[in-house]
Each structure stands twice: as structure tokens, then as C-alpha cells.
Write a protein that binds this ligand. Structure first.
Ligand code: NAP
Length: 530
């Protein structure tokens, strides 16, 4: 290895960065983690809006690398709150003594590859310069906020909030007229709670979401006992699914069943609640006719809950269900029966501008005391594009990705040797349970670096052709599904000007197999320099 400050610099101290640090340090590498936030936790540090909680079951949305850790930690609810997850993050950091190798409040400005030395020069915004043999970008898939460029944004004088950068001091909306733009997962979670507090809540909806009830509640001790006693089995089963969750997909096709059978299947999934609704049938994300049956089932549920039929209609999505990330809710549709909540349809009547103290829409000014942006993220590439990453020949990653993100396995990039991304575009990441997806990448990267050390290699890089093939393969799979049919953030379609390319890889189990084969074949698709 070249003369460097550290073997590995890790950017980001969320779940990915923390485990990367632990894994590499336990294997004798010197590691330094840089984190922009004032504390660790990544997503769960920043997204502390009212109602923020995970919509993957706690017993599955947790690390499995340490048997002791998974046995000792007690989750209180099926879907943990942001606060509980952050407590868990801190417990992990303390338990494995991680903090001493993490530098907080430090934003990475640039990283530049030195081809002669096979090392990265990493610069912080405060001017510090660090050299490392490898860089691991653990910057998160949903960490770069999207605030839409609405005319008048600079003129608006009242407090604004983004769900992805919520203040630590909880804002008090009591007696206030609050506006919220966005009805994705963050909006769906926060709207019911803000409505309970505010004098009046105006929801600005462009596209209605499909939300499945969470039916959250305390864990049944017997259920937890069984899961814990058989963790290895359950975790292994989850890895065999296409999404990394248990109870994923029914093998039957919706269109092979009669109407009554379909209804019963949907009802059973609905009653269980949560994201696994989409696994009711195998063909829901492939066959539009099948998808329509599930979509209509949910629309019927919305009509049952929302008392005003016109309002129910406005809240009913007409898109492919599951094409955009589904939401998991608690009292979302019920909230629209409140007299202090007004739905404003932005699709039919776009927002014209922000005024000094409100929103002008359809010629009418709605006065507000506070405005919440639940407008999502520049997903999967946003956080990386903010860093000036320069690889071979000084070429910037931003330039390389101008036409869309290209990676090999979502882990490595041609032209950017000795750099890895955890859950990068081209990997299952956001279409899988993030925790096993993160752990898999961390372990794959650590094994790779151990291999590099043992084989006395000093440089590893994705091969151009392998990357091309992988991007094509990822797109082919997506092209056989209904995913490209809507303007989702999976496609980058939520960010004006972002190339429309489907970013995540569909199929968790298949992906795990490919990654394993790559290693078995001596890091096929990578070039290694001795
Ligand atoms: P999102 O799903 O991208 O939703 C953003 C919302 O803002 C959409 O309704 C979007 O409308 C709207 N919007 C954006 N720009 C707009 C504009 N100019 N005018 C009007 N409306 C606009 O973002 P998110 O809700 O923060 O969720 C992002 C992802 O984070 C989720 O899909 C999920 O993967 C993850 N997440 C998970 C949880 C959980 O585990 N419980 C919670 C929150 C988030 P359009 O649909 O028309 O673009």
C-alpha cells in the first residue's frame, strides 16, 4: 500500500458507515469515518419529523452480524420510531467502541485519485487533507434533500422545514396554519401528527400515494422469542426473497385466481399490513391487469375510510401500485375526515408561487405560519454528486454520470479505482430491506480488501465492459417490470433534469448469487494491479 494516513476513509456514519468501520477495524485495517452531521445515525439522525418510523419490521431492520447484539437488543414495537432506532444506533456505536474513529461535523468536499500512488486524497470543506488507500462511500441512498425550485422560494418569510433535515428542537405547530408539500412516505407519516397539532393543515398533493396500514403496536413476547431463538433461520429465509424481507411474495399469479380468491388474498395481506401487501401475487409488478386488481382493492379501501366521496377520489392513485415506493401509514386517510385538514390538488392546479407568508395556487393565496417540505430526495446519486469525486485522469464522477449512473454491481465504478459504494445505484438497495443490503455490501467490500492485502494487490477497478453489461442487465430486468411506467425517484424522475434511468437492481437473492460468483471467479469483472 502507498504511504497514507489510513488504509480506508469511510464517508458517512449511518448504518453502512458504522458497520464498515467495525468490520474493517476488526480485520486490522486503519479506518477513519467522516460524518457531516453533528452525530451518528445517518437517515435516522436527520429524519426526525413527527411520525418518523421505519416501515420494515424492527426484527428485520436491524444488524445481524453480531449474534450477541441481536439477542440482547429489545425492540418495543413492530415498526420502531426514529428515536428508538437512533438509540439502537448509539448502542451499537458504544458496544463496538466506534466513536473514537469517527469525526463528526465534517463534510467531505472532494476526493481525488492519485494513479501513481494508488491512493485517494480526501479534502474536507474546512481544508483538512487526508490520504487513504481506499475510499468507501457510505453516503446513503436518500440523504440529499430535494427542495423544489418553486417561484418565490426566497421571498417566503415564515419558517420552513424539510422532513429530511428536521430541527432537533421540535417545532410547535399548535394554533398554526401549516402547509405541507408532498405525500410520499414522509408526508404520509407526518400528516396525521401535524394535523393533530395544527390549527389547520393544508396538504399540497401532486400525486396521491398508495398507503397500506401499518397496524403498528407492541411486539408480542412469544413472537419475539420465536424470532430470536430462530434468528439464523429467519434471516437466511429473508435472503432468499427478492426483497430481503420475510413473507415476501406469493408464488401464485393474480390472473390465475378467480375474483373471490384474489379478494381474500388481498384482504389477508391488508389485515397483516405493511409493505408485504405487494407480495400478494407474483405478477403484480409485471402484469398491468394483475396490478389493476390490487390497485382497485386499495382504492376501494380508501373510499371506505374517507367520508367525502370527492375527497376520496382525489386521494385515490391511478398509477401502477408499487411503481413508486408504497407507503405504510397510521391514520393517513382517516386524517382527511378532520375538519382542520384541506387537500389541495397540485396536479390539476399547480402551485404558482410562494408569497411572503403563503402559497398562491389557482389565483388564491393560502396564508401559512409554517411550511413543511416532504418533497423527498435526489435519491441514490445526489449525495455522491455533491462531492467532487475525481478518478483516473482527473475525470469527475458527476461528468461520468451525466447521462445516468453507471456502476458495476452498484459497488464499484470504472475509472474510479479503490473506491466502493455501499448500496450504490445498480444494487438492490432501496428495493430491498436496507439492513441486509448494507451488511452484504460491507462484508463483500471487507472480504475484497482482505483479498487485496493477502494477494499484495494495490489497485482494484471495475472493468469498462463489465460495467456496461451490468448497467444493461439492470435495465433489462427493470424493463420487464412495470417499474419504468411512472415518475418515481427510482428513475430519478422526481428531480428536474436528472437522467431517467432506473437505478436499483431488481432481485435481492439473484444479486447475492451474482456477487458470490464474481468472487468465486477471482473478482470477475474487476482488474487487479499487483
Ligand atoms: P418522496 O417519496 O419522493 O415523496 C416526495 C413527495 O413530494 C411526492 O408526493 C412528490 O410528488 C412531492 N413533490 C416533490 N416535488 C414537488 C413539487 N415541486 N410540487 C409538488 N409536490 C412535489 O419522498 P419521501 O416521502 O421523503 O420518501 C422518500 C423515500 O424515503 C421513500 O420512498 C422511502 O423509500 C423512504 N422513506 C421511508 C420511510 C419509512 O421507512 N417509513 C419513511 C420516509 C421515507 P410526486 O409524486 O408527484 O413527485
Amino acid at each position: 500500500m502507498a504511504q497514507t494516513d489510513y488504509d480506508v476513509v469511510v464517508v458517512g456514519a449511518g448504518f453502512a458507515g458504522l458497520y464498515m468501520l467495525h468490520k474493517l477495524r476488526s480485520n486490522g485495517f486503519s479506518v477513519r469515518v467522516y460524518e457531516a452531521g453533528s452525530d451518528i445515525g445517518g437517515t435516522w439522525f436527520w429524519n426526525r419529523y413527527p411520525g418518523a418510523r421505519c416501515d420494515v419490521e424492527s426484527l428485520e431492520y436491524s444488524y445481524q452480524f453480531s449474534e450477541e447484539l441481536q439477542q440482547e437488543w429489545e425492540w418495543s414495537e413492530k415498526y420502531a420510531t426514529q428515536g428508538e432506532i437512533l438509540t439502537y444506533v448509539n448502542h451499537v456505536a458504544d458496544r463496538f467502541d466506534l466513536r473514537k474513529d469517527i469525526q463528526l461535523n465534517t463534510q467531505i468536499k472532494s476526493t481525488t485519485y492519485d494513479e501513481d500512488e494508488n491512493a485517494w486524497t480526501v479534502r474536507t470543506t474546512e481544508g483538512a487533507v487526508i490520504r487513504s488507500s481506499y475510499c468507501v462511500m457510505a453516503t446513503g441512498c436518500l440523504s440529499s434533500m430535494n427542495i423544489p425550485k418553486i417561484p418565490g422560494l426566497d421571498n417566503y418569510k415564515k419558517p420552513t422545514y424539510h422532513t429530511g433535515n428536521w430541527p432537533h428542537e421540535e417545532p410547535d405547530f399548535t394554533g398554526k396554519r401549516v402547509g405541507i408539500i408532498g405525500t410520499g412516505s414522509s408526508g404520509v407519516q407526518s400528516i396525521p401528527l401535524i394535523a393533530e397539532q395544527a390549527d389547520h393543515l393544508y396538504v399540497f398533493q401532486r400525486t396521491p400515494s398508495y398507503a397500506i396500514p401499518a397496524y403498528n403496536g407492541p411486539y408480542d413476547p412469544d413472537y419475539v422469542r420465536d424470532r430470536k431463538e430462530n434468528y439464523a433461520h429467519y434471516r437466511a429465509e429473508a435472503k432468499k426473497s427478492r426483497s430481503g424481507f420475510l413473507l415476501s411474495v406469493n408464488d401464485a399469479n393474480a390472473m390465475d385466481c378467480d375474483g373471490q380468491e384474489r379478494e381474500m388474498t388481498y384482504e389477508a395481506r391488508w389485515t397483516r399490513g405493511g409493505l408485504t401487501f405487494l407480495g400478494a401475487f407474483n405478477d403484480l409488478l409485471i402484469d398491468k391487469t394483475a396490478n389493476d386488481t390490487a390497485a382497485e382493492f386499495v382504492r376501494r379501501k380508501i373510499r371506505k375510510v374517507v367520508e367525502d366521496p370527492e375527497l376520496a377520489e382525489k386521494l385515490s392513485p391511478d398509477t401502477v401500485i408499487g411503481c413508486k415506493r408504497m407507503c405504510v401509514d397510521t391514520n393517513y386517510y382517516q386524517t382527511y375526515n378532520r375538519s382542520n385538514v384541506t387537500l389541495r390538488n397540485v396536479r390539476d392546479t399547480p402551485i404558482e408561487e410562494l408569497t411572503e407568508d403563503g402559497i398562491r395556487q389557482g389565483g388564491e393565496e393560502i396564508k401559512l405560519d409554517a411550511l413543511v417540505f416532504a418533497t423527498g430526495f435526489d435519491a441514490m446519486t445526489g449525495a455522491l454528486s455533491k462531492i467532487d469525486i475525481r478518478g483516473r485522469g482527473g475525470r469527475s464522477l458527476k461528468e461520468k454520470w451525466a447521462e445516468g449512473a453507471k456502476t458495476y454491481l452498484g459497488l464499484a465504478i470504472f475509472g474510479f479505482p479503490n473506491m466502493f459504494i455501499v448500496t450504490g445505484p445498480g444494487s438492490p438497495s432501496v428495493l430491498a430491506n436496507m439492513m441486509p443490503a448494507i451488511e452484504h455490501h460491507v462484508e463483500w467490500i471487507a472480504d475484497c480488501l482482505i483479498y487485496m492485502r493477502n494477494s499484495e494487490s494495490r489497485e482494484i477497478e471495475a472493468v469498462d465492459k463489465a460495467e456496461e453489461n451490468w448497467v444493461r442487465h439492470t435495465n433489462e430486468i427493470a424493463g420487464n417490470s412495470l417499474f419504468p411506467t411512472c415518475n418515481s425517484w427510482y428513475l430519478g424522475a422526481n428531480i428536474p433534469g436528472k437522467p431517467r434511468v432506473f437505478m436499483p437492481y431488481l432481485g435481492f437473492q439473484r444479486y447475492l448469487e451474482v456477487c458470490e460468483q464474481v468472487v468465486e471467479k477471482g473478482y470477475e469483472g474487476f482488474s487487479l494491479k499487483p
